[in-house]
Design a protein around this ligand. Structure first.
Ligand code: ADP
Ligand code: MG
Length: 464
């Protein structure tokens, strides 16, 4: 009975600290808008970098030719080629995906870029007859690089910092296009990088190619981030020439958002402290696929210690950082069997506990639910913040016809974790209210960033 009470106490405290009531989410959305404005003014203390992408013209659909794209930024590394055929023929594409060997994420810059160049070279070798490079031209590439980059032009930029699981000495401050280009040269690969884009910017470009009403793109994968189309007038820090479109795509780097309003628990504080990048990416650490499972692990460990959730001994595997991965959390969370047998099997697999009580399984399910719910609701508050910033959060009051607003979302977390994605959508609808929600569409943009990068490589081709 004493044990039951302890479980109940921990759970009750948990529910309080992870709670995201709607008024709190509204406050978080407002804080997001304020931080966006600070970042656009280049306030040196702004957590949101609001990076200028140098993309001021989005794809029109008229793009032609053969282009390559490369996507580096999380767990997988992707190479892609696409034959763009204008409005009639659209695009024919082929891609390959390989997991990034974990040792390369914490090795040297040269090793990482040599690996990429070698993979790319192998892929170029397989180019078939469906793809046509006009005589005498070099192949061109859009490089999707999903880390914060201070761009100096559409095709150059220096790394601000590594995030997610990456931690490589000596790359910060270097031009990542120069790094890639020298690796390609060492490899003997003749290819020119004509666009360097963040994955959010690539997703936005790919999204607009597929649907003209896309105004923002959000990534919910290993990490999380967003980009949107801003009016140049609203970017005080932009000192360059006024683009003809009047617009500039901004890479928010929203993973680094922080606010006193974020419901941070002791679990979050400890996770951050023991992470590769303490003090940074606070919002990302509450939302994205790299961390959700780890938050759950920390809560289960506490329950095992304080309330003997898994019996008298604390399973030693539960002490290991990152043993509980978000895909496993998702599998457990989606178990609908009456005795939660799939969840039980996962616990056995991961923690090595052969017989978990039905109570322990239900509590584990509940913990997954609370952690996923908080992440999804916080992500929705961020999206709502962007829509507020753009004035797309309400139906026009003068009775003029509603403008359709589309947000393109990509990333493995959103794609595969249904209980997460459905909560993002439900929460966004709740925040918008019925009238506004009816004109806002959230669209899965599967691998939009690859084609987006190729489209941007095309519109910035040296042969245009
Ligand atoms: P990245 O973000 O690394 O570029 P993805 O967009 O493919 O790549 O996202 C991969 C991430 O998505 C994984 O790190 C994982 O956190 C999450 N993920 C993948 N599959 C699932 C799943 N079934 N359930 C929950 N999360 C998943
Ligand atoms: Mg990605």
């Amino acid at each position: 009975a004493g044990r039951r009470k302890k479980v109940a106490d921990v759970i009750e405290e948990l529910e309080q600290t992870l709670a995201t009531p709607t008024p709190l989410l509204r406050g978080i959305a407002d804080a997001m808008v304020e931080e966006m404005e600070r970042g656009l003014r280049a306030d040196p203390h702004a957590p949101l970098k609001m990076l200028i992408s140098y993309v001021d013209n989005l794809p029109t659909g008229d793009e032609h030719g053969l282009f390559y794209a490369l996507d580096l930024g999380g767990t997988n590394f992707r190479v892609l080629r696409v034959q763009l055929g204008g409005k009639e023929k659209r695009a024919v594409q082929q891609y390959e995906e390989v997991p990034i060997p974990p040792h390369l994420m914490v090795g040297t810059s040269t090793e990482l870029f040599d690996f990429i160049a070698a993979e790319l070279e192998r892929f170029v070798e397989t180019e078939g007859d469906d793809f046509h490079l006009p005589e005498g031209r070099h192949r061109e590439l859009g490089f999707t690089f999903s880390f914060p980059v201070h761009q100096t032009s559409i095709s150059s930029g220096t790394l601000v910092k590594w995030t997610k699981g990456f931690c490589i000495n000596g790359t910060v401050g270097k031009d990542v296009v120069a790094e890639l280009s020298s690796a390609m040269e060492r490899q003997g690969l003749d290819m020119k990088v004509t666009a360097l884009v963040n994955d959010t910017v690539g997703t936005l470009a790919g999204g607009i190619y597929a649907d003209n009403d896309v105004v923002a793109a959000v990534i919910l994968g290993t990490g999380t981030n967003a980009a949107y189309v801003e009016h140049v007038d609203a970017i005080p820090k932009w000192k360059g020439p006024l683009p003809r479109s009047g617009n500039m795509v901004i890479n928010m780097e929203w993973g680094n958002f922080k606010s006193d309003k974020l419901p941070r628990s002791d679990y979050d504080i400890a996770l951050d402290f023991e992470s590769l990048n303490p003090g940074e990416q606070m919002y990302e650490k509450m939302i994205s696929g790299m961390y959700l499972g780890e938050v759950v692990r920390r809560i289960l460990l506490r329950l095992a210690h304080d309330a003997s959730l898994f019996g008298d001994v604390v399973p030693s595997k539960l002490e290991k950082l990152f043993v509980l991965r978000t895909p496993d959390m998702s599998t457990m969370h989606h178990d609908t069997s009456h005795d939660l047998k799939h969840l039980g099997a996962k616990l056995k697999d991961i923690l090595g506990v052969a017989d978990t009580s039905l109570e322990a399984r239900y509590i584990t399910l509940h913990v997954c639910d609370k952690v996923a719910e908080r992440g999804a609701r916080l992500a929705a508050a961020g999206i709502y913040g962007i829509l507020k910033k753009l004035g797309r959060d309400r139906a026009p009051s003068d009775g003029s016809p509603k403008q359709r607003t589309v947000v393109a979302i990509d990333g493995g977390l959103y794609e595969h974790y249904k209980k997460f994605s459905s909560r993002v959508e439900a929460t966004l609808a709740e925040l918008l209210g019925e009238a506004a929600a009816s004109s806002v569409v959230v669209k899965m943009a599967n691998d939009g960033s690859g084609i987006g990068a190729a489209l941007l490589a095309a519109s910035h081709s040296q042969y245009n």
